[in-house]
Design a binder for this molecule. Structure first.
Ligand code: AMP
Length: 210
């Protein structure tokens, strides 16, 4: 299946993407991960992209479109993919559309995970990671053991979370109507237990495939 997964920060999108990579046997294609890898490797593209990323800005469309085009032509993406973090603009959505039409492999669904804003802020602000194990905890709903060495991501501070949510809302207000018009948008209630949300997504994908 060829899917775009959309969700605000702290919606559980990353976790669900990993579950569906296993279930569907297709790769997750995350432009954020690809850009961070390029930055770490110090490639020309990575150095250029880093300027935008550290300023909290979007990397220019032609850069990310080029990355995605190359990635989707790799062998493991021939059976399908889960796009994560792309498209973020209408120009990117149009480019994706053109790319997939040219190989006669259109998108099957755009899945949006919906979570109310106050819950997202609470999730992010109270989220902690154990530096030693990478395990993620929530101070209220999933408290860490007393010996955990806790880290609070810089972008999970309240001001930053609010800014990321504003950016997300601006982005989706342009993109989601685009996919709604094409009849591809599936809205999922992202409130509830992890496996309940997984099953809601699975149901939506099943309907999209049939
Ligand atoms: P993410 O991990 O998806 O939040 O992406 C981290 C950063 O990479 C973003 O803040 C942007 O600077 C950049 N980025 C990732 N995906 C895109 C995209 N589709 N278009 C433009 N910039 C992107």
């Amino acid at each position: 299946m060829r899917i775009v997964l959309v969700g605000p920060p702290a919606s559980g999108k990353g976790t669900q993407a990993k579950i569906f990579v296993e279930r569907l046997g297709v790769p997750q294609v995350s432009t954020g991960d690809m850009l961070r890898a390029a930055k770490k490797a110090g490639t020309e593209l990575g150095v250029e992209a880093a300027k935008y990323m550290s300023a909290g800005k979007l990397v220019p469309d032609e850069v990310v479109i080029g990355l995605v085009r190359e990635r989707l032509h790799e062998e493991d993406a021939s059976k399908g993919f889960i796009l994560d973090g792309f498209p973020r603009t209408e120009v990117q959505a149009d480019a994706l559309d053109a790319l997939l039409s040219s190989i006669d492999k259109p998108l099957d669904a755009v899945v949006q995970i919906d979570v109310p804003r106050d819950l997202l802020v609470e999730r992010a602000v109270l989220r902690r990671t154990d530096k030693r194990t990478g395990q993620i905890y929530h101070l209220k709903y999933n408290p860490p053991p007393p010996d955990a060495e806790l880290d609070h991501r810089a972008d999970d501070q309240e001001d930053q979370v609010n800014q990321r949510l504003n950016d997300y809302e601006t982005m989706t207000s342009a993109l989601l109507p685009y996919y709604e018009k094409k009849g591809l948008l599936r809205r999922i209630d992202g409130v509830g237990k992890l496996d309940e949300v997984t099953e809601r997504i699975a149901d939506a994908l099943e309907k999209s495939a049939s």
